[in-house]
Design a protein around this ligand. Structure first.
Ligand code: PHE
Length: 476
């Protein structure tokens, strides 16, 4: 296959950093804690870990492999691969669904990243010094209640993403991730230590995260006294959706980065490293946040505001809190930024390959489109917070959702898992054995190759199917 026209990573290490940069983002630090909180904690986290290891890692490996063999943006890479396997080019649809999902995700992702941007000046100005839970909540509500302010930060974040992608990613991106990722990791550890020693509720946080209470997962909003609670498979679906979202798999972002991977690098160990780092950051974020939540009598199920309300309280009471707080939100922005690159890159690479326009034109054009789409999410938190576009689908999970909620639910819980399912089917059943072995350097008898093949052939597809069936209530 002809080599990618967009360039290559300069080393395996840079690829790992960039892919980890894609994986580690708002999903770990913002979404993981509040979704775990909404679904009762421990049992949810257990399901999440199960999904990461049994489904996530095999799919990530498959995606990197397909990307490197296809050498193009996901749409054209899947076309190349289908031709190579002498199959219909309908497999391109995997790439198309990825491009659509990428646009939808980036549209709301940028709005949330905008919240983190807005918190940087707030921290700097000492808005949170000595603050109590109630006031911290009011500051957050004040921010999301103002559409114009949200729009401003959303615009700024989109501009930041467009500028980097327009320039070509290697120089800017490669340098940025090698500094930012280790710094983010270290800061999280500082925060966990703070939560461990000063919140007074560290063990409460640990119990919430690691005591598996399946009743809380399957029967949401149900007190122990109630006997007539309704079963719901939505929690498990959310755990799987979050695993896909957090690992950046199922939509071609990792496939795109795989296309830039030099031929002589090991895919298997890279995939495991990325997934383990991603999981570690999510767990650390939980350990930093839940003790603060319990120490301040906040509600772990309070939703998307959780991190923006709980952490400022900790910073507000910590020596040097203004400094660490500013640094934290700065790093959260960088984490989101390095993820956003991988959401836009597949769209831009496809435009460049297929429409013969320049990278800059492609980045600006697609960026404007996504920016416009993001306005629907901006309004979901204020003017349109009561507007539920799919309210007519009563009794479905879609009925009570704003645009923001819908985009999030549709991508994480439906599009990414289905994308991942078809990626698994293609890699496991459609691609030739010889091509697979060549990409994964598998000389028989190779145990890690065989394990992967077993997981991707049987466990991944069956697992995804079971979670979906459970979510529509087939087993209840
Ligand atoms: N993995 C990113 C995060 O956790 C989000 C993302 C999803 C990025 C899908 C790329 C593709 O924040």
């Amino acid at each position: 296959m002809q080599q990618s026209p967009h360039g290559q990573w300069s080393s395996r290490w840079v690829f790992i950093l960039a892919a980890t940069g894609s994986a580690v983002g708002l999903g770990n630090i913002w979404k993981f804690p509040y979704t775990a909180g909404e679904n009762g904690g421990g049992a949810f986290i257990l399901m999440y870990l199960l999904c990461v290891f049994a489904i996530g890692i095999p799919v990530m490996l498959a995606e990197i492999m397909l990307g490197r063999r296809g050498q193009r943006s996901p749409i054209n890479a899947m076309h190349n691969l289908a031709v190579e396997a002498e199959q219909h080019s309908i497999w391109k649809l995997i790439g198309w669904s990825g491009v659509v999902a990428g646009c939808l995700i980036l549209s709301f992702y940028s709005v949330i990243a905008g919240w983190a941007l807005a918190y940087i000046p707030k921290m700097l100005l000492g808005t949170f010094s000595g603050i109590e839970a109630e006031q911290a909540g009011a500051v957050f509500k004040g921010l999301i209640g103002n559409a114009w302010i949200l729009l401003l930060w959303h615009t700024l974040f989109m501009l930041m993403v467009i500028v980097v992608i327009a320039r070509g990613l290697e120089k800017g991106l490669e340098r940025a991730v090698s500094v930012l990722m280790p710094a983010l990791f270290m800061l999280l550890i500082v925060l966990v230590l703070y939560a461990a020693f000063s919140s007074g509720a560290f063990m409460q946080g640990v119990h919430f995260m690691f005591d598996a209470d399946f009743h809380a997962l399957f029967y949401p909003n149900c007190t122990p006294e109630q006997t007539d609670c309704a079963f719901s498979g939505q929690g498990v679906l959310s755990a799987m959706g979050l695993a896909f979202f957090s690992l950046s798999i199922g939509m071609g972002a990792i496939m795109m980065y795989g296309a830039y991977l030099p031929k002589d690098t090991s895919i298997t160990s890279s995939a495991v490293t990325i997934a383990v780092a991603d999981t570690l950051v999510a767990l650390l974020a939980g350990l930093a946040i839940f003790p603060i939540v319990f120490a301040n009598h906040l509600d772990p199920a309070e939703g998307p505001g959780l991190v923006f309300v709980s952490l400022p309280i900790a910073f507000g009471h910590m020596d040097g809190g203004m400094f660490f707080g500013t640094l934290f939100f700065l790093l959260l922005v960088f984490a989101a930024w390095t993820s956003a690159f991988s959401l836009l890159e597949p769209v831009v690479a496809w435009l460049v390959e297929s429409w013969k326009i320049s990278r800059a034109q492609a980045a600006i054009g697609s960026g404007i489109f996504i920016w416009l789409l993001g306005i629907l999410s901006v309004l979901s938190f204020n003017a349109w917070s009561e507007f539920k576009p799919l309210a007519f689908l009563a009794e479905t999970p879609f009925a009570d959702k704003t645009f923001f909620d819908l985009f999030d639910y549709l991508t994480s819980n439906i599009m990414l898992p289905i994308g991942g399912l078809f990626i698994a089917i293609f890699a496991a059943w459609v691609m030739t054995q010889a091509a697979r072995r060549e990409e994964l350097d598998a000389e028989p008898p190779d145990m890690s190759y065989k394990t992967w093949l077993f997981l991707i052939r049987y466990i991944t597809p069956i697992g995804v199917a079971l979670v979906f069936l459970n979510a529509i209530g087939v087993f209840s």
